[in-house]
Design a protein around this ligand. Structure first.
Ligand code: ME8
Length: 751
């Protein structure tokens, strides 16, 4: 049954009353991006309305930036961009921490003046922001005069309130951690972090009365637990504080590179007082120009790595409580990246340079991988292979391919312009509602810093859109029902508009390129425009371009596969001929070498009007294979590129009307319909299909022919009731799940 467009829209909007879908001829005028939607969900720590300051740690300039720094900055960037698109007033702060012994020693090692050294390294952190496409509003440096004045101001307040006194210090200090440790904290004579410690023999020092803050801090954690996240970190902090706090040495006289203590310039302030104060100094705290401070302080969110939680969840609130200043709303401690299971460190030589990564894969893929691979808050392991698999699956195959297919179909079949939808069917309404519901779901995740869940929400929406296009098959409707084709394509474009707008925080460049192709004006891309701002039918489009490309699977993996194939061949060769002939060869599906592939190029055979010629990547180092398939009655040329397929690879090459074909693409067919058997989107290119219980070695190409293996196996290859390809009812499996006929064609032959 078809729904008339009006009643269908009513039915659709009744499910989400605040978000009426307005057909293109009834566009609303939005005067400012915040007039329709100017908040994010209220949470225990954030009311969803007030100006939002978000901060990264300020990074030490003792060495050039690495992947960990890029990670924290990107996470904050995603949240900041999301908030801005929601209409929130955002102040996104990052910067460099340039004082202290660690930096002083690094400058000395390079034989440079401290100031010259920090200028140079600070610039490399600033450059990284450009490389990672970070949208910070301000970059603070602790060597800025304004910052130094601001810290002195904080020191004076703490002194006036009676929390700073002079004494003498002796104890353990780690320069790498810039942290004092109690004897009891040391492990095998080292800091608990593994850093070297040195003994500071009796030195005159100012102290902060941290011991007096023990009770107020414990009370604060009790009354305001949402200040520390994720929840598991709160217990860690509580147990540290309830273990007893000793007064903190906050000045040193043994080095000079830092902010001098007001009225006692022989003393240099402890680098952590200096550093933590950046969050307020950047807003103008203690200066004549404190408008931003009035507006944004207290900060809504400090994002830090778990390594510096103690400084942010104990020392920082202690200083602020003592100074009678408002406390930040939340400190979020994220996890730690390792590389191939090992700690990232210079001495292991496994430091990942984010600039190299972006050079190799581009900024959006890098951002996407870092944000989606690991739940924010957990530790993560970096591997090139996972990077490539994830980006190829979720970005190139699912999103890039969908956007390209849809735009190409519209461009070719709808007069190069946005189609006019006809009547919507329930499945169209379901797709549109699904797209519309995603903003609130994503906003809920971002409000809780669940960045990877936001990514997963987007990935799932794109998967749903792929299912919709596969089922609706608009390419087949051109001749039979062009109005229906226009409706389906319109629904897909409108869904992609939501995808593009909502993906901007994560993959800004690619999302905006997709929105360009969809003809969405640059000033109509905020979340407010999702409310009632559909695409205008009839708008002319530019010729579609591929936005997200696939990456080569790293050589190592390809090498491994080649090695395996070589070994298999050698094993076969080594078997004495006689024996080979004597041992009966099981003629089952285990003899077939069926691999996951993707069509990278396709063209029409010049002489045979049923044949397409294809190049198919099955992960072989030698490059894609050329294969011819008789599919021209069933698919359009533009449907082929990017299509994931199963390839039967251990067949003798043969010429098909003059075209040498090196394998066979498997399809499901019931006589009327023929469609590809598809591996799941996350299946790895080149992996072999497994059928439980039939794990034999693939036969040689000669054996396949001579022993008539295909004749024996093909009658038992069928799709089941769910369209899953099976051998004798047992599913074709990949590491990512079952292989299925593209539109779920049930009980069809597979060949
Ligand atoms: O601690 N995985 O600066 P820093 C994830 N200046 N994140 C990582 C990481 C990894 N392997 N390595 C570093 C400082 N990070 C102080 C901060 S703030 C007032 C002063 C990230 O250069 C993570 O955010 O050592 C971590 O907290 C920060 O870099 C440490 O940067």
């Amino acid at each position: 049954m078809k729904f008339p467009i009006v009643s269908c829209l009513l039915a659709w909007t009744s499910l989400s009353p605040s978000s009426a879908f307005t057909p293109s001829f009834q566009r609303k005028t939005i005067t400012s991006s915040s007039s329709l939607f100017s908040s994010t969900p209220s949470t225990a720590f954030d009311d969803g309305e007030r100006p939002f300051q978000i901060t990264t740690p300020i990074y030490y300039v003792n060495d050039k930036p690495h992947i960990g720094h890029a990670y924290t900055s990107t996470a904050c960037d995603v949240i900041a961009r999301f908030m801005r698109l929601s209409g929130r007033d955002v102040f996104f702060l990052t910067g460099t921490d340039e004082h202290g012994q660690k930096v002083e020693q690094s400058a000395a090692k390079k034989g440079m003046e401290c100031q010259d050294f920090v200028n140079e390294v600070s610039q490399s952190f600033r450059d990284l922001l450009g490389v990672m496409n970070i949208s910070n509003d301000y970059f603070v440096r602790t060597t800025d005069e304004a910052h130094k004045e601001s810290v002195k101001q904080l020191w004076k307040v703490l002194t006036k309130k009676g929390y700073i006194y002079k004494g003498t210090y002796s104890g353990w200090y780690s320069v790498r951690d810039e942290c004092f440790y109690n004897e009891s904290e040391l492990v095998d004579g080292k800091a608990p972090t593994g850093a070297e410690v040195e003994w500071v023999a009796k030195e005159e020092s100012y102290f902060f009365k941290l011991s007096a803050m023990e009770e107020p801090l414990l009370k604060m954690y009790e009354e305001y637990p949402e200040m520390i996240a994720p929840k598991s970190r709160l217990n860690e902090v509580k147990s540290f504080v309830s273990g007893g706090l000793r007064d903190l040495s906050v000045s040193r006289t043994s080095f000079k590179w830092g902010v001098p203590v007001p009225d006692d310039e022989d003393h240099i302030m402890y680098v952590w007082i200096d550093a933590l104060a950046n969050y307020m100094s950047a807003l103008g705290y203690g200066s004549d120009n404190s408008e931003d401070y009035e507006k944004f302080w207290p900060a809504a969110l400090h994002v830090v790595g778990k390594d510096i939680l103690r400084f942010h969840a104990v020392y920082w609130p202690a200083f602020l409580l003592a100074a009678d200043l408002p406390l930040p709303k939340r400190v979020y401690a994220h996890g730690w990246w390792t590389k191939d299971g090992e700690k990232i460190s210079k001495s292991l030589g496994n430091v990942i340079d984010p600039v190299e990564l972006v050079d190799k894969y581009g900024v959006d893929a890098t951002r996407f991988f870092l944000m989606s691979e690991v739940p924010f808050g957990n530790d993560g392991d970096f591997s090139d292979l996972n990077f490539v698999y994830r980006c190829n699956a979720n970005l190139a195959n699912e999103l890039g391919n969908l956007a390209h297919r849809v735009c190409t179909l519209v461009y070719k079949n709808c007069d190069q312009s946005i189609p006019t939808p006809g009547e919507f069917l329930p499945e169209d309404v379901e797709m549109l509602e699904n797209a519309k519901s995603v903003r609130d779901i994503a906003a809920g995740h971002i409000a809780n810093q669940a960045i990877s869940q936001y990514a997963t929400t987007m990935i799932n929406l794109v998967k749903d859109a792929n299912k919709y296009i596969d089922v609706q098959a608009p390419w087949a409707l051109k001749k039979t029902d062009p109005e229906r084709m226009s409706t389906v394509l319109y629904v897909l474009m409108e869904t992609l508009r939501h995808v593009g707008i909502l993906y901007q925080p994560l993959i800004p460049d690619s999302a905006n390129k997709i929105l360009d192709q969809l003809t969405v004006p640059a000033d109509e891309r905020t979340f407010a425009h999702l409310e009632s701002w559909p695409l205008v039918s009839g708008t002319k489009m530019d010729a579609p371009q591929i936005v997200l490309h696939r990456f080569e699977v790293p050589g190592e993996e390809a090498e491994k596969q080649q090695q395996k194939q070589k070994q298999q061949k050698q094993k076969q060769k080594q078997q004495p001929k006689k024996q080979q002939n004597n041992v009966p060869l099981e003629k089952d599906v285990g003899r077939l070498d069926i691999r996951v592939g993707v069509i990278t190029k396709a063209w029409e055979h010049e002489e045979a009007d049923k044949l397409f010629c294809e190049e198919i990547d099955i992960g072989e180092e030698s490059g894609p294979r050329q294969i011819a398939s008789g599919l021209r009655d069933h698919y359009k040329l533009e449907d082929l590129e990017g299509q994931r397929v199963l390839v039967l690879t251990n067949l003798k090459s043969r010429k098909l009307v003059g075209f040498p074909s090196h394998g066979m693409v498997l399809c499901a067919s019931n006589g009327d319909t023929t469609e590809f058997v598809e591996p799941p989107a996350d299946a790895k290119i080149g992996e072999r299909i497994v059928v439980d219980g039939y794990d034999g070695e693939p036969a040689t190409e000669n054996q396949i022919g001579k022993k008539k293996i295909l004749d024996a196996v093909f009658p038992d290859l069928k799709t089941n009731d769910d369209g899953v390809a099976t051998y004798k009812g047992i599913p074709f499996m990949t590491s990512a799940g079952e292989c299925k006929a593209k539109s779920g064609l049930a009980n069809a032959e597979v060949a």
